[in-house]
Design a protein around this ligand. Structure first.
Ligand SMILES: Cc1ncc(COP(=O)(O)O)c(C=O)c1O
Length: 434
């Protein structure tokens, strides 16, 4: 298998595109950042003509697979009618209505383009609603790369301070120094620590921001009662509960993780699953809070917000997901179960200690000798070097996956692709042992 064309594009790119990639996370692609030509269903094709079963899926958005027909047709139809109006149009209302029907916390919607924007919007609404400054965020959770939140997403353990009181860690040079002063960073899944912080500073805390399933660091499920406990504490101290469902929204259920767990936040951010790969995001929430935006008391804007092309994509995508009472989720969950069970069997038979987490169409493989993972620090102890080798060996066997251990599945993946993936996984694992 040759990667020569990719290699020469990467060299050429590195002279003009900073670092050869347009988003830092792409640096970690194995064995080096590859170049692609097209995608189709569960497959992606690189510039050397290699075909891969794709589990990166654009880092999550391609819930319906590459270039799903219904979405492409809806977008084609819109392209002839106009790209951007900087004005209102009927389809944005239809999509907002649909979101309000299926996402429990959604009574009002505002559209943005990226997940980062939606999260920043949610924080502004929460701070505006309560006139308070502090937000609790959890170590290891990624809410985008903006200054105000790019804190303790993957802190080196020797700089992270004690587990019970992490030192907020700025991830980048150049971030404004006071970013950390507005946040309280805590380990995820430890309700008693959240309780202690509220008991001490409850009247200063505007919001608790959390991914309801910690997909970005281990696809770790909340401990029983954790999300319910956050809901109770927020109610008790008058803080807003914000679920960042940029990944889990539409992916783990039509109504997101909040529908799956039956815990309703005040505000929610949605992005990756909403528009089948087009750049659409939304902040949604209870009218009581979103109406600060309705009345113009909290500002929200954006040139590209709700442009008719991405809205056409979003409307078509959400309709696909909602069709036949969300029938598509049976398939997505079955494929996730098949992949994760297969991984567990292969790893056990090979005697490789690992944790395989699964929630519907998200699977996570961590090579670790821990019996279970509860928070970022557990996740950070995995065997990164060996997993990197595994991901590289998989590339050479036609399987593309994310080096942090997450496997996204789309509705286009069938048992045939899963079986071929499991065969490749078993071979690749053996190759890492020599
Ligand atoms: C949970 C979560 N929130 C927010 C973001 C930021 O989204 P974007 O990259 O579209 O700005 C991401 C991106 O991966 C995410 O996973």
């Amino acid at each position: 298998m040759s990667l020569n064309a990719s290699r020469s594009w990467y060299e050429r790119a590195s002279r003009v595109v900073a670092g050869g990639v347009s988003s830092d996370v792409r640096r970690s692609e194995k064995p080096f950042p590859l170049f692609f030509e097209r995608g189709e269903g569960p497959y992606i094709f690189d510039v050397d003509g290699n075909r891969y079963i794709d589990y990166v899926l654009g880092q999550g958005p391609l819930l319906l697979g590459h270039s799903p027909r219904q979405v492409i047709e809806a977008v084609h139809a819109q392209l002839d009618k106009g790209l951007i109006f900087a004005a209102q149009h009927p389809q944005e209302v239809e999509l907002a209505e649909l979101i309000c029907q299926v996402v429990p916390s959604a009574e009002r919607v505002r559209f943005n383009s990226t997940g980062s924007e939606a999260v920043v919007s949610a924080l502004r609404i929460a701070r505006g609603a309560r006139n308070r400054r502090l937000v609790i965020k959890f170590e290891g959770q990624w809410h985008g790369w903006y200054d105000s939140l790019f804190v303790s997403t993957s802190p080196p353990l020797d700089k992270a301070g004690p587990r019970e009181a992490p030192i907020p860690y700025m991830q980048s040079r150049g971030q404004v120094a006071n970013a950390v002063e507005n946040l309280i960073v805590l380990p995820w899944n430890d309700l008693s620590l959240v309780e202690q912080v509220f008991a001490g500073r409850g009247d200063e805390i505007a919001a608790v921001l959390t991914e309801p399933i910690m997909i970005n660091a281990g696809a770790i499920m909340p401990q029983p009662g954790f999300l319910e406990g956050l809901r109770r504490l927020c109610d008790q101290y008058g803080a807003l509960l914000i679920f960042d469902e940029v990944i889990t929204g539409f992916r783990v259920a039509l109504g997101g993780a909040q529908a799956y767990f039956g815990v309703t936040p005040d505000l929610t951010t949605l992005a990756k699953g909403i528009a089948a790969g087009f750049t659409l995001s939304a902040v949604v929430g209870k009218a009581e809070f979103m109406d600060l935006v309705s009345r113009g008391e909290v500002a929200h804007a954006g040139t590209y917000n709700s442009n008719p092309v991405v809205i056409a994509a979003g409307l078509a995508a959400v309709k696909c997901l909602a069709a036949d009472n969300g029938k598509i989720y049976h398939h997505l969950f079955a494929m996730g179960e098949m992949l994760s069970n297969g991984f567990r069997t292969i790893l056990r038979q090979a005697g490789v200690p690992a944790i395989v987490n699964n929630i519907g169409p998200v699977v996570q493989v961590c090579l670790t000798d821990l019996p279970a993972m509860r928070d970022y620090r557990d996740y950070a102890r995995r065997d990164v070097a060996r997993y990197d080798r595994l991901v590289t060996e998989l590339v050479y066997r036609g399987v593309r996956t994310i080096s942090r251990g997450t496997w996204y599945i789309s509705a286009a993946h069938t048992a045939e692709e899963i079986n071929r993936t499991l065969e490749a996984f078993a071979e690749a694992l053996t190759a890492t042992m020599v």
